[in-house]
Design a protein around this ligand. Structure first.
Ligand SMILES: NC(=O)c1ccc[n+]([C@@H]2O[C@H](COP(=O)([O-])OP(=O)(O)OC[C@H]3O[C@@H](n4cnc5c(N)ncnc54)[C@H](O)[C@@H]3O)[C@@H](O)[C@H]2O)c1
Length: 728
C-alpha cells in the first residue's frame, strides 16, 4: 500500500503500476471535497516518491466515478475574498499539474458518472478509458461558475474549442459514444472490461505503441487555431450562447472568454486566467443563488425519497377525467412506466386525451428520442375506459374532472365505492379545500390533494396536499407516485390555493393595483420578464386562462378577505366580462394568432388597452423598481405567511415550489432567498412603506418584523465561517 486515507488509497499492482482508488468512506458517491483534495495531495506525494513505478491508473470503487466537487462547501468557501479563491484554485491546479507530469503513462478508468471536478481530474491523465454506461460532463456553468480545475484549459486542447464550448456552456452530461467521438476519451468498453482496458493502455504506452509524451505536449500547449478560426469559434459562439443563456446567466459566456483568452497561452498561464474568472463568478449573487438552488433541490428530493421509502410502489394507477390535465397525467404516468386507467364519461374526451398523448409521443419519435417500440409500449400503458370495471385493482386514483365542488365530491364518493380499501384517492383540484372534498368520504384518511401544473409533461412540480384527516401512508403513496412520474413532489398542508396559488394570487393582486394606478400592462410584463420571469403577469394570466384566474381569485378572496378581497372590478374581471379568456379563446390582455406549428403568438391589442382604461382610478408616474416591488413584495410576503402558518415545511421547499411551479427566476433562488438577498430589514421597510399607501396586501407579518429586528435570515446556514477558519 502506497497510501491509505479515508477517501483515497493507492496500491501497487504487480509491483510496478500504482492504482489510485477513490472510495469516500460513509458516502454513497465520491466527491472532491476539500478533505479529499488534501488526501489527493498526500497520495500524489507518495506516488512521486515511490521507486520503480511504470504507470498510474485512477479508478473509483463506487458506482459513479466522481460526481464533482462538494457543493455543500461552496457557500462558505465562496464567501471568502476573490484573492483567496484564486489561490485556492491555483493550489488545485498545481496539484493536478503534478499528476499530469508524473514520469510514466497515466490513465483514468471512468466506470460511471464523471462530473465537474471528476471530469477535470480525469483530464489530467494521459488517457481515459470509459465504460459504455458511464457519462461525463462539466456542469459548472449551471451553478453560475466556470470549470475551475483546468476544464477550460485541458478540454478545448483535447477535443477542440467548438466541442469544449458546447460541453462547458451547455453543462451537458455526455454518454460514452459522444465522448469517444469527440476524443474526450480514448476507448469505450463494457464495464467489466474496464480494468483490463486501462492496464492495456498503460502497457501499450510503455511499449511505445502510444506516445503519451506527445499527448502531454499537446495538452500543455496553446490551442492550434489560426486567427480566422479563433474568430469563428469564439465570436460566433459568444453571440449564440449569450442569446441562449440570457442576460441573467453570465457564466456560459465567461467560459468562452476564458477559453479564448487562454487559447494562445501555455498551461500555467491559461490556468491562471481560469482561476481569476472562476473567483470572480463565485462571488456573484447569481452563483450564490444557483448553488442554493442546487442544495434546495437536493433537500427537497431527499425529503420526497424519505416519504416514498415508506410505501410500496404504485403498480396500477387511474385517472378520472381525460381533459387537459387528465390526459397529461395519463401520458406522463404511462411514459414513465406506471400503467394507468383513464376514465371519462364522454367517448370524445377519451379520444382527445389519447390523441394528445399520441401527439407528444410522435413528436419525440420524430426527434429520434423515442423508438417505435417504446411508443407502442407507452400507449399500451394507458387503458381508456368509460366504466369503473377495472378499478378494483388500482393503487391510486387521481381525480381530474371539472373544477366543481359538487361534481368532484360526487365523483370521489362514487370511485371510493369501487376501489379496494387501501387505494389512495388524490384530487387534482386547483382551488377546492381538501378537507371539504373529504367531508363525504368514508375513508378520508386515504384522500389527499395531488396538484399538477399545466402542461403536465413539462412542469416539474406536484403539490401533495395533506388534509386534516389524510394519513401518512396516503401522503407517502402520492409522493411515491409523483416520483415514479419523474416529478418533484412537495408536501403542503391544506388551505385556499394550497401553496403555489396562494402565493401567486397576491402577485396578481399587486398587478391589478398597478393597472388601477395607470401602469401599462405591457410595460409591466416587459419589466417582469427583464427581472427574470418567463412571462409577465398579464401574459401569464392569459396563459392560465382568465376564467380560471377569476374563479380562483374569488376562492382566494373568500379565504383571505383582509388582503385578497377587492373592491370594484379588477382588470382581470373586466377581461372575463368581455369574454376575453386569454389564449384559450385567442384574446385576453393580448390577442393570439397561431404560427406555422400551431403555437399561439401574442400580439398587442388596442381593444384590451381601451378596456383596461376604465379601471384606472388614479394615474401615477411609476418608476420601474416601484413596479417590480409592487409585484414582488406581496408574493414574497405570502410565501413568508405560508411558512409561518405551516402550509409548507421549510424555506427550501417554498422556494423550490415557486421555481418549479410558476417559473420564479431560478437565478434569484426563490422568494425567501430574494428577501435574504435584499436583507430582511430592508425588505420589511419596503413592505411597510407600500402597506402605508396600498394596504394589507403589503403588510409584513409580526414575525417577519421581529426577524428583521434581530437581523435574521431564512437561510441561516449560509452564515459563513470567517476567513480565519479556511475550509479549503
Ligand atoms: N387546466 C389547468 O391548467 C389546471 C391546472 C391544475 C389543475 N387543474 C385542475 O384539474 C382538473 C381538470 O381540469 P382540466 O383543465 O383538465 O379540465 P377539462 O375540462 O379539460 O377536463 C375535465 C374532464 O373531466 C371529464 N369529466 C367530467 N365529469 C366526469 C366524471 N364524472 N368522470 C370522469 N370524467 C369526468 C370531462 O368530460 C372532461 O373531459 C380541475 O380540477 C382543474 O381545476 C387544471
Amino acid at each position: 500500500m502506497l497510501y491509505q486515507g479515508d477517501a483515497i488509497h493507492v496500491e501497487r499492482q504487480q509491483g510496478e503500476i500504482a492504482v489510485l482508488t477513490l472510495d469516500l468512506k460513509a458516502e454513497s458517491v465520491n466527491k472532491l471535497s476539500s478533505g479529499v483534495i488534501a488526501e489527493l495531495t498526500e497520495a500524489v506525494g507518495e506516488i512521486e516518491k515511490a521507486q520503480g513505478l511504470k504507470g498510474l491508473i485512477v479508478v473509483s470503487a463506487k458506482e459513479a466515478f466522481i460526481v464533482g466537487a462538494d457543493i455543500t462547501e461552496f457557500h462558505a468557501m465562496f464567501a471568502k475574498d476573490e484573492a483567496f479563491l484564486v489561490e485556492m484554485n491555483q493550489r488545485v491546479h498545481a496539484l493536478f499539474n503534478r499528476l499530469e507530469d508524473l514520469p510514466f503513462p497515466t490513465v483514468t478508468a471512468l466506470n460511471g458518472l464523471a462530473l465537474g471536478g471528476g471530469c477535470e481530474l480525469s483530464l489530467t491523465t494521459d488517457f481515459r478509458v470509459m465504460a459504455d454506461s458511464a457519462q461525463i460532463g462539466l456542469p459548472e456553468t449551471k451553478l453560475g461558475i466556470v470549470p475551475g480545475w483546468g476544464g477550460c484549459v485541458r478540454l478545448p486542447r483535447l477535443i477542440g474549442a467548438d466541442n469544449a464550448i458546447e460541453w462547458i456552456c451547455g453543462g451537458t452530461q455526455n454518454d460514452a459514444a459522444t465522448a469517444l467521438k469527440v476524443g474526450a476519451v480514448d476507448a469505450v468498453v463494457p464495464l467489466e472490461a474496464l480494468a483490463a482496458a486501462a492496464r492495456d493502455l498503460i502497457d501499450k504506452a510503455n511499449a511505445g505503441d502510444f506516445d503519451y509524451r506527445a499527448r502531454r505536449v499537446e495538452k500543455g500547449s496553446p490551442l492550434k487555431l489560426n486567427p480566422v478560426e479563433q474568430m469563428m469559434a469564439f465570436e460566433t459562439a459568444k453571440g449564440y450562447v449569450a442569446g441562449k443563456a440570457g442576460p441573467h446567466y453570465p457564466a456560459p459566456v465567461e467560459a468562452i472568454r476564458v477559453i479564448q483568452k487562454g487559447a494562445g497561452e501555455g498551461r500555467e498561464r491559461a490556468q491562471a486566467i481560469e482561476a481569476r474568472a472562476f473567483a470572480k463568478l463565485a462571488k456573484t449573487d447569481v452563483c450564490y443563488n444557483l448553488v442554493g438552488l442546487f442544495l434546495n433541490d437536493q433537500a427537497v428530493k431527499k425529503k420526497a425519497k424519505g416519504y416514498a421509502r415508506e410505501v410500496d410502489p404504485i403498480e396500477q394507477a387511474a385517472v378520472l377525467g381525460a381533459g387537459i390535465m387528465g390526459g397529461g397525467i395519463a401520458y406522463q404516468s404511462a411514459y414513465k412506466g406506471t400503467p394507468i386507467l383513464m376514465k371519462d364519461i364522454r367517448e370524445e374526451a377519451i379520444e382527445l386525451g389519447l390523441k394528445e398523448a399520441r401527439k407528444l409521443l410522435v413528436k419525440q419519435l420524430e426527434r429520434g428520442k423515442l423508438s417505435q417500440e417504446k411508443l407502442a409500449e407507452v400507449l399500451g400503458n394507458i387503458r381508456p375506459t368509460l366504466s369503473y370495471g377495472d378499478f378494483g385493482h388500482v393503487d391510486l386514483v387521481v381525480e381530474a374532472v371539472v373544477e366543481n365542488p359538487k361534481i368532484k365530491a360526487a365523483v370521489l364518493k362514487e370511485v371510493e365505492s369501487t376501489v379496494g380499501e387501501r387505494a389512495v384517492l388524490a384530487s387534482n383540484t386547483s382551488t377546492i379545500s381538501i378537507d371539504r372534498l373529504a367531508a363525504d368520504l368514508s375513508r378520508p384518511e386515504n384522500f389527499c390533494g395531488m396538484h399538477f401544473f399545466n402542461p403536465v409533461h413539462r412542469m416539474p412540480l406536484v403539490e401533495v396536499i395533506r388534509g386534516s384527516k389524510t394519513s401518512d401512508t396516503a401522503v407517502a403513496a402520492t409522493v411515491a407516485y409523483a416520483r415514479q412520474m419523474g416529478k418533484t413532489p412537495i408536501v403542503v398542508n391544506d388551505c385556499p390555493g394550497f401553496l403555489v396559488n396562494r402565493i401567486l394570487f397576491p402577485y396578481f393582486g399587486g398587478f391589478s393595483g398597478l393597472v388601477e394606478h395607470g401602469a401599462d400592462f405591457e410595460r409591466v410584463d416587459k419589466l417582469m420578464e427583464r427581472f427574470g420571469w418567463p412571462m409577465g403577469p398579464a401574459y401569464l394570466l392569459d396563459v392560465v386562462g382568465i376564467d380560471t384566474a377569476v374563479h380562483a381569485s374569488h376562492v382566494m378572496a373568500e379565504g383571505f378577505p383582509d388582503r385578497m378581497a377587492h373592491e370594484g372590478k379588477s382588470a382581470i374581471e373586466l377581461m372575463f366580462d368581455s369574454e376575453r379568456l386569454g389564449q384559450k379563446n385567442g384574446k385576453g390582455f393580448y390577442t393570439y394568432t397561431e404560427d406555422k406549428k400551431g403555437k399561439p403568438v401574442k400580439q398587442h391589442d388596442d381593444e384590451a388597452h381601451r378596456l383596461v382604461e376604465s379601471v384606472v382610478r388614479e394615474s401615477r408616474e411609476l418608476a420601474d423598481d416601484e413596479i417590480v416591488a409592487r409585484l414582488m413584495v406581496p408574493l414574497c410576503l405570502e410565501t413568508v405567511r405560508c411558512l409561518e402558518d405551516g402550509i409548507v415545511g421549510t424555506p427550501a421547499e417554498a422556494d423550490m415550489a415557486l421555481i418549479y411551479g410558476i417559473g420564479f427566476p431560478p437565478f434569484r433562488g426563490g422568494a425567501l432567498r430574494y428577501i435574504d438577498a435584499m436583507g430582511t430589514a430592508a425588505f420589511v421597510a419596503l413592505a411597510e412603506r407600500l402597506a402605508g399607501e396600498l394596504g394589507a396586501l403589503y403588510a409584513p407579518t409580526e414575525r417577519l418584523k421581529a426577524m428583521a429586528e434581530r437581523g435574521e435570515r431564512f437561510y441561516p446556514d449560509d452564515n459563513v465561517p470567517s476567513d480565519d477558519n479556511p475550509s479549503a
